[in-house]
Design a protein around this ligand. Sequence first.
Ligand code: NAI
Length: 328
Amino acid sequence: AQQPVTVTVTGAAGQIGYALLFRIASGQLLGSDTPVRLRLLEIPQAVHAAEGTAMELEDCAFPLLRSIDIFDNASEAFSGTNIALLVGARPRSQGMERADLLEANGGIFKPQGEAINAGAADDVRVLVVGNPANTNALIAQAHAPDVPAERFTAMMRLDHNRALAQLAKKLNVSVNDIRKLTVWGNHSASQYPDIFHAEVNGTTGAKAVDDQAWLENDFIPTVAKRGAAIIEARGASSAASAANAAIDHVYDWVNGTPEGDWVSAGVPSDGSYGVPEGLISSFPAVSRGGRWEIVQGLEIDEFSRERIDASVRELSEEREAVAKLGLV
Ligand code: NAI
C-alpha cells in the first residue's frame, strides 16, 4: 500500500471546499490507491462550519481517508503538507479598488506562503484557486524562498475545460476528439483561449471551425466571461466546476499529462513566448516526472500575439501593484 499523502485545503467551509473535499477523500485527486490525510484551514468564524463538512466526510466512510484535522492557523494547517490547495481568498466587495483587493489578499497569501516555507513537506506542490489566483500565487511564492519557485501554480484548468467544452459543442464532436487547446495569460476576462494549435480529427481547431466571427465574437468572450454567466444564472459562482478543475490540475501534475496532448496551467514563466520571467501566467503545459514543463516552439500568429500580450500586460501590472505594496 502507498504512503498517505497530506493535503491541505484552505477555505474549506466555502462553496468550492464543499465540492472539492469529497472528491479528494474519494481518491480522485491522486489516484485510487493513495490514502489521504486532510488538513483544513479556515478563519475562526468558519471553523464550526468546516467541522460540519468534516462530519459529512466521516459519514462517507471513504476507505482512503486516513484523517481530517481542522485549523484556524496557517502554520499548523501546512505542517507536513504535500499538496496545498489555496482556495480561500478575499472577494472584491463593492467599491473596492484593485489595489485594496490585492492588499487584502496579500494579508492572506503572504502568511500562507511563510507557513508553507516553514513547515510543508519537501515535495510540497501548491495550487492557488482563490482570486486573483495568478497574483496570489506570486505573493505566496515570494514568501516561500526555500520552496522551488515552480511548485507554485495558479488554476487555469477551469478556463481550459470551459474552452474545450465550447469548442466541442461548436464542432459537434466529443471533448476527447480535441487535443492541444491552450488558454494563455491571466485568469480574468483578458485570458486568451487559442484554437490555432488545437488538433481536432486531423485538422486544427481554427480550420475545423472556419468562422473568424464566431471565434472573436462568440468563443473568446463566452469562455472569458463564463464565470459571470454562471453567477447570473445560478446566483452563486462556479463551485463544482472549479473543484473539478482543481482535481484535474493536481491529478495531472502528480500523474502526468497524456502523451500527445497538453493542458493549460498557470506556472512561473521562464521567459517563453515573450512572457516576462517569473510571472505566473497560463501556458500550454505538459507534466512529466511530477513537474510542469511549458510546451516550447509554438508559432504565434499576429491575432494570438496581440491577445496574449494584452493578458500578460495585465499580469505585469498586477505584479507591479503588489510590488508597490511590498508583497513580492
Ligand atoms: P466562498 O466564499 O464560498 O468560500 C471561501 C472560504 O474561504 C470561506 O469559507 C472563507 O471563510 C474562507 N477564507 C477566507 N479567508 C481565509 C483565510 N485567510 N484562510 C482560510 N480560509 C479563508 O468562495 P468559493 O466559491 O469557495 O471560492 C473561493 C475562491 O475561489 C474565490 O476567490 C473565487 O473567486 C475563486 N475561484 C477561482 C476560480 C479559478 O478558476 N481560479 C474559479 C472559481 C472560483
